[in-house]
Design a protein around this ligand. Structure first.
Ligand code: ATP
Ligand code: MG
Length: 254
């Protein structure tokens, strides 16, 4: 089925579009089969969160925007799920905060990196990093730790949507400031992050861009105040509390 054939008034429209995009990503060789499994987990958590951006996630998105605007060398890490779900939105975020894009895959193959880079360029990206592979994240086996020396290795702030927990921890050990987008507040990656955004990347990426545009004229002191005022543990707790109290069941009426 083509994405355009999904009826827009279907109650699960966004979820069906998401599934379709991931499936198409696998068919085009940009998303791994593992990515399908990650998608399934994400969908379950999105359901439990009410398929909406919580106020705490919006606060995290604003803190992420401020963090990125303050960064010297921000890099947005792109994997097969990100490329399939939100390629244009990711390119727009990179433009809004002047960040580099780097393809970084858990299941790395040069072929898939090239396809994802081409896909991002089709959606307006200029330079896309990730093919040099001349840097490393220490503490991981080689295949998992390959990055570009002038990309993620040299970055001060890294946006890692849907990052694996081990790699998030290894990036943290390198001293990177990490923005993680993940729907599971209990997953290790958001728990490692300086700024965990517990939201669907389809909503979170454009939301960070909107906050970055809104903050474009803010002074460094104003941006620092936003970063300092953000409490990562409180954001994780707010998402977890939402899941536990079952308020997702009311979200359709909201
Ligand atoms: P770890 O604790 O090592 O991170 P994990 O169980 O979280 O392990 P992952 O491979 O990180 O394993 O799982 C994929 C993660 O991506 C899940 O937490 C899932 O909620 C999240 N995810 C999947 N799709 C999306 C999406 N569209 N937006 C945001 N997060 C998503
Ligand atoms: Mg995880």
């Amino acid at each position: 089925m083509d994405e355009t054939e999904i009826p827009e008034d279907h109650p699960r429209y966004a979820s069906l579009v998401t599934r379709h995009r991931i499936e198409a990503g696998v068919e085009r060789g940009i998303t791994s089969k593992q990515g399908l499994i990650a998608q399934g987990r994400g969908e379950a958590f999105d359901y439990l969160l009410g398929e909406r951006t919580l106020p705490s996630a919006d606060g995290a998105a604003r803190a992420a925007a401020a963090t990125l605007l303050l960064a010297e060398r921000p890099v947005i890490s792109v994997n097969g799920n990100v490329a399939a779900l939100a390629p244009g939105e990711t390119v727009e975020l990179a433009d809004a905060v002047d960040a580099d894009l780097e393809v970084n895959l858990f299941n790395h193959t040069d072929e898939r990196v090239r396809r994802i880079a081409d896909h991002l360029r089709d959606h307006g990206a200029g330079e896309v990093k990730g093919l040099a592979g001349d840097g490393e994240i220490p503490g991981l086996d080689h295949a998992r730790g390959v990055v570009d020396a002038d990309g993620i290795e040299a970055a001060d702030v890294v946006v890692v949507p849907l990052e694996d927990g081990d790699r998030a921890a290894a990036l943290d050990a390198m001293g990177k400031t990490e923005v993680v987008i993940d729907l599971n507040p209990g997953s290790r990656s958001p728990r490692t992050a300086d700024v965990p955004i517990i939201d669907n990347l389809l909503r979170a990426v454009p939301n960070v861009t909107a906050h970055a545009r809104d903050l474009a004229d803010a002074t460094p002191a104003e941006l620092e105040a936003i970063v300092d005022g953000f409490d990562a543990d409180a954001a994780l707790d707010a998402a977890e509390a939402t899941i536990r109290d079952g308020s997702f069941a009311d979200a359709d009426d909201a």
